[in-house]
Design a protein around this ligand. Structure first.
Ligand code: NAD
Length: 301
């Protein structure tokens, strides 16, 4: 199939590479010319606008940072809707708010195209390995149409419901994740301060009712889980600034339906403090540093 892929960043580039490996023909576009050149050296064709990238395409995928970028990539004068043929399915895999998805889907429908939201989990490691989970908001018919292409980039393809529900699933999951990482950090820092060994405490938690992904897979105390970012200075993993963005999406969506979000709003402020402290590029488990004195941080080294 001839696919237009727009947005070749940390996630988009490896996803596009997997589509090439799956035997598809790709035309790619990114504002960053180096990202385009890299994909072209592996067999993709280059376009110098989204409009030109989609002109001959049978399928369109976008993977962009935030709603403003997605909006301009679809609705701009050189955007997707200015160039795509009616009937071609459109998939946006960026993490954005459900309201923007529904607005773009309406604009696409007026042009004769169906748009699915398909945000992902699995991070850059999953993007490279082709093992992403796709949370898809689409009609049954559109899901059936996009599924074979998404299968080239992911392992779990979940139909969440109608347009926008993929984003709903994504932001609700990350709401839990952001809050639970703060809870585990708070408890680990308190326990160590009160005199228990971090490994003993984590061992108890991970065989007790406090167990969760933040405690047993990505534990924020260095060395507790060998493969966790905490053991390598919180590098790699899922950046605190991306978590901050996702909690912003959750609090905005909650406001739109007047749904209380007590802990989500507080968690957003905590990650804002992480970013303010200069740790926004670190893995979000670095939030534990908010609970450590300078001396505590020194003794962790
Ligand atoms: P990124 O910043 O690495 O890449 C985004 C790319 O989009 C960049 O190459 C940029 O030049 C390009 N771009 C921006 N505006 C554009 C436009 N108008 N037209 C064409 N190209 C444009 O971001 P990423 O890490 O690849 O993340 C993409 C999306 O996936 C985000 O919404 C993010 O929240 C989500 N996500 C990221 C991860 C992760 O671990 N990085 C995990 C899950 C979901």
């Amino acid at each position: 199939m001839h696919i237009a892929f727009i947005g070749l960043g940390n996630m988009g580039a490896p996803m596009a590479r997997n589509l090439l490996k799956a035997g598809h023909t790709l035309t790619v576009f990114d504002l960053n010319a180096a990202a385009v050149a890299s994909l072209c050296s592996e067999g993709a064709a280059a376009a110098d606008s989204a409009r030109k990238a989609v002109a001959e395409a049978d399928f369109v995928i976008t993977m962009l940072p935030a709603a403003a970028h997605v909006r301009s990539a679809y609705l701009g004068t050189d955007g997707v809707l200015a160039g795509v043929r009616p009937g071609v399915p459109l998939v946006d895999s960026s993490t954005i708010d459900p309201a923007t998805v529904r607005e773009l889907a309406a604009a696409a429908e007026a042009h004769g195209n169906a748009l699915a939201d398909a945000p992902v989990s699995g991070g850059t490691v999953g993007a490279q390995a082709g093992t992403l989970t796709f949370m898809v908001g689409a009609s049954e018919a559109l899901f059936a149409q996009v599924r074979p292409v998404l299968a080239g980039m992911g392992r779990n393809l979940v139909h969440c419901g109608g347009t926008g529900t993929g984003q709903v699933a994504k932001i609700c999951n990350n709401l839990i994740l952001g809050i639970s990482m703060i809870g585990v950090s708070e408890a680990m820092a308190l326990g160590v301060k009160l005199g228990i060994d971090a490994n003993v405490l984590a061992g108890i938690v991970n065989t007790s009712t406090g167990r969760c992904w933040a405690s047993d897979t990505c534990n924020p105390w260095p060395g507790v889980i060998e493969t966790a970012p905490a053991g390598r200075g919180y590098s790699g993993g899922f950046g605190a600034d991306l978590m901050l963005k996702d909690l912003g999406l959750a609090t905005d969506a909650a406001r739109s339906v007047k749904q209380p979000l007590f802990l989500g709003a507080l968690a957003q402020q905590v990650y804002q403090a992480v970013s303010h402290a200069g740790d926004g590029q670190l893995d979000f488990s670095g939030v534990i540093r908010q609970y450590l004195s300078a001396a505590d941080k020194e003794s962790q080294q």
